[in-house]
Design a protein around this ligand. Structure first.
Ligand code: ADP
Length: 303
């Protein structure tokens, strides 16, 4: 059985959405770990038990692109989640001007993100709060998704202003229109925004409020027509926006390849039902131009 005695507490790494995160040594394995202390104090009786049971299910999400949840244990009024320790995250990479991101690097980061997403979505787990700072990066360059499933299990507890702002930029249009029946598409939208951010080296759609966020999305892709997204008008917070034409996507991403723009557009598709899935995105190959077969030597001109 696990007790908090297993870990030797180290420095505080930061304060996150759910509580403080500190570095620790796992004396059982001699590994460095990150312990996320989740305050449950304000929750009703019974939430502890439910949260604990559901979080334990996350331990089953074994994948090279999902951060390993090593251990979960209650301590006083907290729930402590023990994760493998990661050196860096994608936000730090994007912001570090000394790091050159080639198109091969961007492709590789996207592939790792999509692989992690595909694995979770296969098991019906959504992330719901994907952003560059919860794509963690190991010393060997491996990217792993962090905080999977926590948003649904724990809700979004008194998010401070900073958290709210950053999360908004990656929020899918159906969420901004108040959809309650959203699915895996919300993670794909966020991944598309991250893809764009890797190319631009700055956040793509920086809304200053939820309304402004939709405005930024429509300025980039045009206001959606009903034919493009039939369910839009029945969403709880739907409001009609002034018509705005879409500028050519190429003008926003002058350096991107055709393939990159194509996949970006499929990830940032308005209707979540038409949006590409993680698995489809991984299998996506640009359609090759039909090319006439090479004629065998000497047979090209019959006598
Ligand atoms: P947020 O809720 O904003 O996503 P987190 O709670 O995930 O933040 O993390 C808070 C801080 O702890 C961040 O500075 C993050 O870099 C650090 N951190 C979180 N998980 C790990 C980990 N597995 N390894 C190393 N540092 C981590």
């Amino acid at each position: 059985s696990t007790t908090s005695g297993r870990y030797i507490k180290g420095v505080t790494l930061g304060e996150g959405t759910y509580g403080v995160v500190f570095k620790a040594l796992d004396t059982l394995t001699n590994r460095t770990v990150a312990v996320k202390k989740i305050r449950l104090g304000k929750y009703k009786e019974g939430v502890h038990v439910t949260a604990l049971r559901e979080i334990k299910l996350l331990k089953e999400l074994h994948d090279p692109n999902i951060i390993e949840l090593i251990d979960v244990y209650p301590h006083k009024r907290n729930l402590n989640l023990v994760f493998e320790f990661m050196e860096s995250d994608l936000e730090a990479v994007i912001k570090d001007r000394n790091i050159v991101l080639s198109s091969a690097d961007i492709k590789s980061y996207m592939q790792m993100t999509l692989k992690g997403l595909a694995q979770c979505h296969k098991k019906w787990v959504l992330h719901r709060d994907l952003k560059p700072n919860n794509l963690l990066i190991a010393t060997d360059g491996q990217l792993k998704l962090a905080d999977f499933g926590l948003a649904r299990i724990l809700g979004s507890p008194d998010r401070n202003f900073t958290h709210q702002v950053f999360a908004r930029w990656y929020r899918a249009p159906e969420l901004l229109f108040g959809s309650k029946q959203y699915g895996a598409g919300v993670d794909i939208w966020a991944a598309g925004c991250i893809f764009a951010e890797l190319m631009l080296r700055r956040p793509f759609l920086q809304g200053s409020s939820d309304i402004d966020q939709l405005g930024k999305i429509f300025a980039a892709f045009g206001t959606p027509r009903e034919s493009q997204w039939p369910d839009m008008t029945s969403l709880p917070d739907y409001v009609e926006y002034q018509y705005c034409p879409a500028p050519p996507l190429r003008s926003l991403f002058p350096m991107a390849s055709e393939d990159a723009l194509d996949i970006l557009l499929r990830m940032l598709t308005f209707d979540p039902k038409s949006r590409i899935t993680a698995q489809q995105a991984l299998e996506h190959r640009p359609v090759l131009l039909p090319r006439p077969p090479t004629r065998p030597e000497g047979k090209s001109k019959p006598a």
